[in-house]
Design a protein around this ligand. Sequence first.
Ligand SMILES: [Zn+2]
Length: 246
Amino acid sequence: MALDRLLKGFADFRLGYYREHLDLFEKLAKEGQSPKILIVGCADARVDPGILTQTKPGDIFTVRNIGAIVPPAQIPPDERQHGTSAAIEFAVRGLEVEHVVILGHALCGGIAALVDGDKSAFADYDYLSTWTAVAQSVRDHALAELKGRSRAEILRAVEQASVVNSVGNLMGFPWIAERVAAGKLVLHAWWFNFAEGQLYAFNPETAAFDKVLGLDVRPTIDRSTAFSAVRPERLIATIAGRPPAF
Ligand SMILES: [Zn+2]
């Protein structure tokens, strides 16, 4: 049944969307892709970046993984398979995107598994905890600073702090730091709450996630932002100092 739905969807796509956008597909086939934006999103089935942003084929280069996580750069590069880093490298060095957006989200199962640690139902999986451990220090810090807060608040804090951590990790790739310094690349930490249909972006000035309203969004890191302002600990301190949002 589930596969029937896919095939029916593809048949509809061929007769509808594909035909309506024939010129676009022909252009993309002839000229190749030249997206200006890379989105690093979560593999979660509820948060498809293309649907959320209503973009067209060719508009965004996307890599999705568990938790919308960017691992630290491996310097010097080793012989291991760095799937997310390879996609980021191609987008930045090959396609020369102008923006990188890390798109975390509410009720993220990957982040919940990280927060629950040994108590997680997925603790004995082969790869999951090793992967989410990219944000282990963020999780530990949040748990220490937000003692007494509800599980929902802690999950949200780690979801958001992990996004900020991932943006920081982006700056560890030399070809990203160079392009940011040259004003060619801008980095964004976003968090999408699908329960309320609202997008938030990290504001390095207030160290908090602000609602994105209309077309007005502050970059998280551009050439004028002090990189030191973009630390997950600052966000957690902001959350710790605020009354619970629930
Ligand atoms: Zn997720």
